[in-house]
Design a protein around this ligand. Structure first.
Ligand SMILES: C[S@@+](CC[C@H](N)C(=O)[O-])C[C@H]1O[C@@H](n2cnc3c(N)ncnc32)[C@H](O)[C@@H]1O
Length: 310
């Protein structure tokens, strides 16, 4: 039985990075009129209430969305301005804090054009009905299955329109999620090498995450972009989420420039200590070897933290 519930983490610093990039990818891809198939392989509940019993327990949204909520749009980089505008939908315009925190499925569903489609996969039996309720207003354009996202992905590819955006956002609750994510992406690329794939990776002090990051950046596509946001140093015992990485395979043209504008600003807003920083690396096919990860190692850490720690 899966224990991870995204409600504990909704709207945190990692969600800010992930959702900003995701929305920017979709907006870039929608500049062309061709229909897009959007897949969210690990969808969660779709939306979260900050005062809900789980979300309130950790209130992680204070580390991310909460820091940006009251800011004026004209002071923000475009990538964050667009993200925040999307997050404010469904909230009252002058609310001092969010009443509703959108997850990736709701953010994506709201931006679908009539011709686009969304396919969501979620394995947790409690989150599936919540997701169904969140996406019900979008009708047949947004379809949900209760299944293993790593397995289901290949069945949706290649899309008839030959254009797709895939978010793979595992909980990494199981160690096997790392090799399974790579296998699933390899199969997906075999079927559809030109899709845009966004893979979320936790920044935690573990060697296997470093290796996984390098392997993800070596997947056989024409170009890859790695963006990392570190918000703080690890806790004394080496545990805890220090930040997050996103590997974007076949990133849309223009995404790197948007990130170069946004990331220094985001470090200032979301950084929790002096070690906060960002990194952006782009690689084209035939380019240099995948980079070393930006995450510092903690050689003293021998314990086994949860893979996606609170
Ligand atoms: C990080 S959360 C997703 C958050 C969501 N993408 C968002 O940004 O709002 C990961 C989700 O994957 C679900 N999950 C875990 N293993 C899965 C699997 N093999 N297939 C599909 N869903 C899975 C968990 O129940 C959890 O809801």
């Amino acid at each position: 039985m899966l224990a991870y519930r995204h409600a504990f983490h909704a709207g945190n610093h990692a969600d800010v990075l992930k959702h900003s990039v995701l929305m920017a990818c979709l907006a870039h891809l929608q500049q062309k009129p061709t229909p897009i198939l959007v897949v969210d392989t690990h969808a969660g509940a779709g939306s979260y209430v900050p005062d809900g019993s789980l979300t309130r327990q950790k209130s992680e949204w204070h580390t991310g969305l909460g820091r940006l909520w009251g800011m004026r749009a004209e002071k923000m980089p475009a990538l964050i301005r667009d993200y925040l505008a999307a997050m404010r939908e469904g909230n009252s315009p002058d609310a001092a804090k969010p009443d509703l925190i959108a997850g990736s499925p709701l953010l994506l569903a709201r931006r679908l054009r009539d011709k686009d489609g969304l396919r969501c996969c979620e394995a947790h039996p409690t989150d599936v009905p919540l997701l169904q309720a969140t996406l019900a207003p979008f009708g047949r354009r947004a379809q949900i299955i209760q299944a293993d996202g790593f397995e289901a992905l290949r069945g949706w590819l290649p899309p008839a329109s030959r254009r797709a955006l895939v978010l793979m956002d595992p909980s990494y609750e199981l160690k096997s999620d790392y090799p399974r994510a790579l296998k699933s992406l390899r199969e997906a690329i075999d079927r559809f090498a030109t899709g845009c794939f966004v893979l979320w990776i936790p920044m935690i002090a573990r060697h296997e995450v470093d290796r996984f990051l390098r392997q993800s950046m070596a997947l056989p596509v024409a170009s890859r972009l790695l963006v990392s946001l570190k918000v703080r140093s690890p806790l004394k015992d080496g545990l805890g989420l220090m930040g997050s990485h996103l590997v974007i395979l076949n990133p849309p043209f223009g995404l790197r420039a948007s990130l170069e504008e946004a990331m220094p600003w985001l470090v200032k807003q979301l950084g929790q200590d002096a070690t906060a920083r960002f990194d952006i690396t782009q690689q084209e096919a035939g380019g240099p070897r995948p980079p070393r990860p930006v995450m510092p190692r903690n050689p003293r850490s021998r314990s086994t933290p949860p893979h996606r720690p609170a």
